[in-house]
Design a binder for this molecule. Structure first.
Ligand code: ADP
Ligand code: PHD
Length: 564
């Protein structure tokens, strides 16, 4: 019984505890399933669910679960417990793109050996993109051509070559490559690629890279053990291609990784990006870049000292380097700033990845695997904001904007509620909002909207519903420029921003200052967005030290002019 009960988090609502227990049992071991089943039958005693006997037994059972969890937590928190791991290190696709890169990463891990890290890996290089392309191709290429798909060949070549160059046993990946080929044939037969199949398809990237890397570490004398995240307790919602991690994941993952270490110490090499849907028991993914979330989840689950995400840039930069190469590393960020930055489109971090780190209060360090000496970016709960003005500029392109003006009289109550209930009913997520009493301007989250089918129909439907209560203007091809920084200094920031935009002849179509106090968003035309980012970067980061313009100890909306 104890084994399955430990999987319930202390934070899990009481009525869900048994649910979680059963849920985990489905995707974990048979013993856990039987144990939780025994518990239910023991407390229920076969009695009717509504009977007093059942209720008393049920409540007793719940108390036992809480007590069990408390004892576990106490044990975990006691000073005597020596934690097996101290760091989690996540290496993205660019860090494990080839045999050569894997050798360098292995060397890096060797230098961290004392820290007993847990390693999370993404798929090699652009493998995920290739798998998605292969899937699209399979839908229309015909069964007989499925094995000839160019991207499949590329993936096979890359992994076989890597195994060969690292001189590890090729059989560690051969069954997976065969399975992948079979899957593409299956897609070709069905002429359909569902979100569920898509997740299964892309999972091959991480399943292959981790197997190769673990084998290589073992070969060079670093004892390592490969794990598929969906086998060790990463339990998610069943939202294929965009799944959320469920609370039960944390204790399950901790139990599995620590238990294995106790029995037979070896560095865990875990697949990033993947989980298992709690209802479907099928492989799910957390959305593109989701390995960052795997790393922070493990960090929280194990209560680690630090979470490191290794990329191909010197940390989080002042803007996307592909838009403006003179972007510079940002040394410190708060979880809130990093989350906002990621949510508003900075590809460098997964939008949800800061949540576990913030909840567990575990520092996240973004490092460059191509330049390990660079200090990177340290992300923590708080930082010294006394001199902070603007930290980073983020661009989100191809956003749809809606201007909604009420047709009712001024002062009509419930207008905002009606508008938002329409979005809720249609399951469409809203990004940036600016409102007056009778009008609302808002943008629709492109990642939520554009990744789905029926895009135009959905938009038409939104407009049709809104037109029952308002005049609606739909504006496409807009960009959100998010200014992440110290919004306590919004007047200073905006003064400079508007000077720059006016000089460049750009009209801002909407502006919103988030309640997060770290973000000001501006909406401009897609065609002008990159020019704006470059001009803003030059003005904020390349024309002297902004902090000099902040009066010492100033914390309000300073109006000291620093426009040029
Ligand atoms: N503000 C930013 N700071 C750093 N990198 C950024 C930023 N915005 C976009 N990027 C892009 O994010 C990339 C790193 O993220 P990602 O591709 O997910 O790395 P990995 O695959 O190694 O985890 C960089 O190569 C860079 O082009
Ligand atoms: N391989 C997945 C997951 C991931 O996190 O990758 P990366 O760390 O390379 O961004 C993707 O490409 O989305």
């Amino acid at each position: 019984m104890a084994a399955s009960l430990q999987l319930c988090s202390a934070k899990t609502p009481t009525h869900l505890r048994f649910f979680n227990t059963r849920l985990l049992s489905l995707s974990s071991t048979r013993i856990q399933y039987l144990a939780s089943f025994d518990l239910l039958s023991a407390i229920g005693g076969g009695a009717c669910r509504n009977s007093r006997a059942f209720r008393v037994g049920y409540e007793r059972g719940i108390r036992a679960v809480i007590e069990e969890q408390r004892r576990d937590d106490d044990k975990e928190n006691s000073d005597e417990t020596v934690k097996p791991f101290t760091y989690v290190m996540k290496f993205g696709g660019s860090s494990v793109a080839s045999a050569e890169r894997m050798k360098e990463i292995a060397h890096l891990i060797q230098s961290f050996n004392e820290e007993r890290p847990v390693i999370v890996l993404s798929a090699m290089g652009k493998t995920t993109n290739k798998l998605l392309l292969a899937g699209e191709e399979a839908v229309s290429c015909g069964v007989s051509n499925a094995t000839e798909i160019e991207e499949l060949r590329f993936i096979k070549d890359l992994h076989v070559r890597t195994v060969d160059e690292l001189a590890v046993d090729p059989s560690i990946i051969s069954t997976h490559l065969e399975e992948l080929e079979q899957l593409l044939k299956g897609i070709a037969v069905m002429k359909e690629l569902t979100p569920r199949t898509r997740d299964y398809l892309v999972s091959f990237g991480e399943r292959l890279s981790t197997r190769i890397f673990a084998a290589y570490l073992n070969k060079i004398g670093i004892k390592a053990r490969q794990y598929d995240a969906f086998e060790i307790g990463f339990i998610t919602t069943d939202d294929f291609t965009n799944a959320d991690i469920l609370e039960a994941t944390y204790p399950a993952v901790a139990k599995r990784l620590c238990g294995d270490w106790d029995n037979d110490p070896a560095i865990p090499i875990v697949t990033g990006f993947l989980g298992m849907g709690w209802k479907s028991c099928a492989i799910t993914t957390f959305g593109r870049g989701g390995s960052d979330l795997t790393a922070t989840t493990i960090g929280k689950a194990l209560g680690l000292q630090e979470i490191q995400v290794w990329k191909d840039v010197d940390g989080v930069l002042t803007c996307d380097p592909t838009i403006y190469p003179r972007a510079e590393p940002v040394p410190y960020l708060t979880f809130d700033e990093a989350a906002e930055l990621a949510y508003f489109g900075a590809q460098v971090l997964h939008p949800q990845s800061m949540r576990p780190a913030r909840e567990g209060d575990i520092p996240v360090r973004v490092k460059n695997s191509y330049n390990p000496e660079a200090p990177g970016t340290l992300i923590t709960k708080a930082r010294d904001m006394s001199k902070a003005v603007l930290t980073s500029i983020v661009l989100k392109r191809n956003v749809t904007m809606l201007d909604i003006v009420s047709t009712r009289m001024l002062g009509q109550f419930g207008f905002l509620a009606k508008v938002f209930s329409i979005f809720e009913d249609l399951g469409i997520s809203v990004d940036v909002v600016a409102t007056s009493e009778v009008s609302i301007s808002l943008t629709l989250d492109p990642s939520k909207l554009w990744s789905r089918e029926l895009i135009q129909q959905e938009l038409d439907h939104v407009v049709e519903e809104l037109e029952k209560i308002a005049v609606v203007n739909l504006l496409q091809h807009r960009s959100i420029i998010s200014l992440i920084g110290n919004v306590q200094r919004s007047s200073l920031i905006l003064e400079k921003v508007f000077h720059v935009l006016r000089t460049n002849g750009v009209n801002v179509q909407m502006i919103s200052q988030g309640a997060s106090k770290v973000n000001i968003s501006l909406i401009v035309d897609d065609s002008e967005a990159e020019k704006c980012v470059r001009a803003l970067h030059q003005s904020f980061f390349e024309s002297g030290d902004l902090s000099e313009l902040v009066p010492d100890g100033g914390s309000g909306n300073d109006l000291a002019s620093f426009c040029k």
